[in-house]
Design a protein around this ligand. Structure first.
Ligand code: NDP
Ligand code: OAA
Length: 443
């Protein structure tokens, strides 16, 4: 049987059935799911199957020609060639591979995902010994595009990419997820109030938080990219009370990378010489790129760049508005560099932070050492041992310049939080957002 014959096994939607209602022979994946000890044993079978059937067997791909599952109607959590059954354990013995990790990407048919998914599949994010299952979340609107993305993943022949599945129901797609990269969100259209954007996207992230709470791994790490990402992350974590709030991040790494680039340009050095850059606060035009604690070649930036006016005004504004300038030039928002920054953000959590350095991430304020309002998602300096967790960095100086600006971005996030109270279980929403509040991509 050729791969071409095997490949077009797709489905448009699936439902969850109690295990006793299913006559499905279990695939390697199903057995794995059962072994993880779910409280209620379930297998899933699709509606609207479009692939044909053939006998099933579990075998190592090292020796096997791909085989179709016995009854495709019972083999749904896969796309095309990823429906091949295999025994990863047999390969693990010879290749010393780690256990498969399940990574969810929402907005998987969007621009950012189109860059990110291929980086995840290549091994450059989690390592060359880390097989990966990609779970792509889309919508009815994007379903065909999702199939297209899955086809491109098939055709890329990545050795580490062992499962790809597509779906529109977060309760299915998030099952046992160990990483959730939440990118899908409605873009702010012309004339749309920020409060409306907060509400529309907040509802998406409230639902996804509930789904993570119900079916994801208890130690899932969540990176919220879809804007307004800080408040979306807050909504998500509030709807997932069984997952530690510390596991949720809002992506501000792109802003950190942009800040490093601008400092390198001004100092006339390559950007790998710039370290200790913090983005404080919201991923919006109130964010505070910190040049006070940043270093170039290990020396405080202010000693290398003797231009306080540039640092306080031009540098700060350039970073805050970089996304908008890019949209003016490119006609769409940053996608490739955002994907790179998501990779950087994940790698910063799964590899030890270099001695003396730190990275920025939007994290839940719970006992923070900087006096920032508790119970919001605020970008701060973090350090990791490489175990997926992080600690806040204590040895930073917050001078009057930083303090004043941090207060402004903090006030914006507190106002955003009041505006989504109906989505966080904290009563009635009251929206009094500062008028100049904008996403980095807005002008
Ligand atoms: N934090 C950061 O640093 C950055 C964040 N961003 C944000 O990331 C998000 C995604 O950007 P990008 O991939 O370029 O965007 P795209 O427009 O390419 O894709 C966004 C995806 O969001 C999904 N979506 C969910 N709900 C809606 C809706 N109501 N209307 C329309 N689309 C919806 C769509 O997928 P589907 O139909 O499958 O749901 C779509 O594919 C945006 O919110 C953007 O502002 C962008 C750059 C940097
Ligand atoms: O506003 C947007 O969608 C783009 C964005 O976040 C950025 O470029 O930082």
């Amino acid at each position: 049987m050729s791969l071409a014959e095997f490949s077009p096994c797709s489905y448009s939607r699936y439902q969850t059935l109690p295990s006793n209602l299913s006559s499905a022979p279990l695939t390697a994946f199903h057995v794995h799911a059962f072994k993880r000890g779910r409280s209620k044993l379930q297998v899933r079978r699709p509606l609207n199957i479009t692939c044909s059937v053939a006998p099933s067997q579990v075998q190592s791909p090292a020796t096997a020609v791909p085989v179709r599952p016995a009854d495709a109607a019972n083999k749904q959590e896969c796309y095309g060639v990823f429906c091949t059954t295999y025994d990863l354990k047999a390969e693990e013995k010879t290749k010393t591979w780690k256990s498969l990790i399940r990574v969810v990407v929402s907005g998987a048919a969007g621009m950012i995902s189109n860059h990110l998914l291929f980086k995840l599949a290549s091994g450059e994010v989690f390592g060359q010994d880390q097989p990966i299952a990609l779970r792509l979340l889309g919508s009815e609107r994007s379903y065909q595009a999702l199939e297209g993305v899955a086809m491109e993943l098939e055709d890329s022949l990545y050795p580490l990419l062992r499962e790809v599945s597509i779906g529109v129901n977060p309760y299915d797609v998030f099952e046992d997820a160990e990483w959730a990269l939440l990118i899908g969100a409605k873009p702010r259209g012309p004339g749309m109030e920020r409060a409306a954007l907060l509400d529309i996207n907040g509802q998406i992230f409230a639902e996804q938080g509930k789904a993570l709470n119900a079916v994801a791994s208890r130690s899932v790490k969540v990176i919220v990219v879809g804007n307004p990402c800080n408040t979306n992350a807050l909504i998500c974590l509030k709807n997932a009370p069984n997952i530690p709030a510390k596991n949720f991040h809002a992506l501000t790494r792109l802003d950190e990378n942009r800040a490093k680039c601008q400092l390198a340009l001004k100092a006339g050095v390559f950007y790998d010489k710039v370290s200790n850059v913090t983005i404080w606060g919201n991923h919006s035009t109130t964010q505070v790129p910190d040049f006070v604690n940043a270093k170039i070649n290990g020396v405080p930036v202010k000693k290398v760049i003797n231009d306080t006016k540039w640092l306080e005004q031009e540098f700060t504004e350039r970073v805050q508005k970089r996304g908008g300038v890019l949209i003016q030039k490119w006609g769409r928002s940053s996608a490739a560099s955002t994907a790179v920054s998501i990779v950087d953000g994940i790698r910063s959590l799964v590899t030890p932070t270099p001695e003396g350095d730190w990275f920025s991430s939007g994290v839940y304020t719970n006992g923070n050492p900087y006096g920032i309002e508790e119970d919001i998602v605020f970008s701060m300096p973090c350090r990791s041992k490489g175990d997926g967790d992080y600690e806040l960095v204590k040895e930073v100086v917050i001078d009057d310049f930083l303090r004043e600006r941090i207060k402004k971005t903090e006030a914006e996030l507190i106002a955003e939080k009041r505006c989504v109270a109906h989505l966080t279980g904290e009563g009635n929403a009251f929206c009094d957002l500062p008028e100049d509040t904008m996403l980095p991509g807005e002008q």
